[in-house]
Design a protein around this ligand. Sequence first.
Ligand SMILES: [Zn+2]
Length: 282
Amino acid sequence: MTGEQPAARPLALEVIAVPNDGSMSDQPTNATIVGTDEVFIVDPGDQAGVEIIGRAIDARRGVRVKAIILTHAHPDHAVAAPALRQRYGCPIMLNPKERPILRQFLDWSDVDLSLKGGMTLTVDGGRLETLDTPGHTPGHVALYEPVARVLIAGDLVAGHGTVGIFPPHGKMSEYFDSLTRMRALDIRSIIPGHGETLTQPPDVFGRYIERRTSREREIYAVVARGPTTIEAMLPELYPDVVPQFRRAAAATILAHLEKLRAEGRVTADSDDPFNARWRVSE
Ligand SMILES: [Zn+2]
């Protein structure tokens, strides 16, 4: 015996695109089955996930589902969870900070196990490390597989386009902070909540930070030209926005303004952010 440890094997990760109702994303949701003989199901998706993920699990004869892990409680990630829990007799894991989102969007609220950053979840001889990544939602948790250095990112990033940060549940300052922390880790590939797996380099998180920072600068510049409402900022900041995305665009502007306000850089003259006139701080 040389005393050497056998090289750790990366956990098997199967990504399955699950269609959703389109209200949260224009792309299917990525569900991930982690492990081989014993598995975690991460983000089983919308209603269609009951059938699609159920079929994928049943095809692996004799497999044991250890838990259903939800990165966050948005319905396009979480609707299928209780039916699959019942089918496989496994717990649902979710951060308790997601409770307000469960209450707002879903018709169930009984979570079996608390999820938060700093946990090590073992399955099939390997492990996932949990990482607090709030911003998109208050209790968003990403999962890191340290052997292959893969991040199951939930809605921290998207395969293409951007991720929605919508107040009150979404917080831009937390989102910047999460991106900055993820950027410091040695992550080789990223399974986003929607769209294709992303490989690093390029510096995916750096690009997100850069894009949001330049957006923030543009918003500050618009406010600096004189007190203005979010409604009045819209055509300048989103000249091509189609009607169905106007609310999302307005909410994104608000998310940036709330961050700037917390930093003492802008103020609003009313408690109703959409009727308020925003100005830069003296
Ligand atoms: Zn989401």
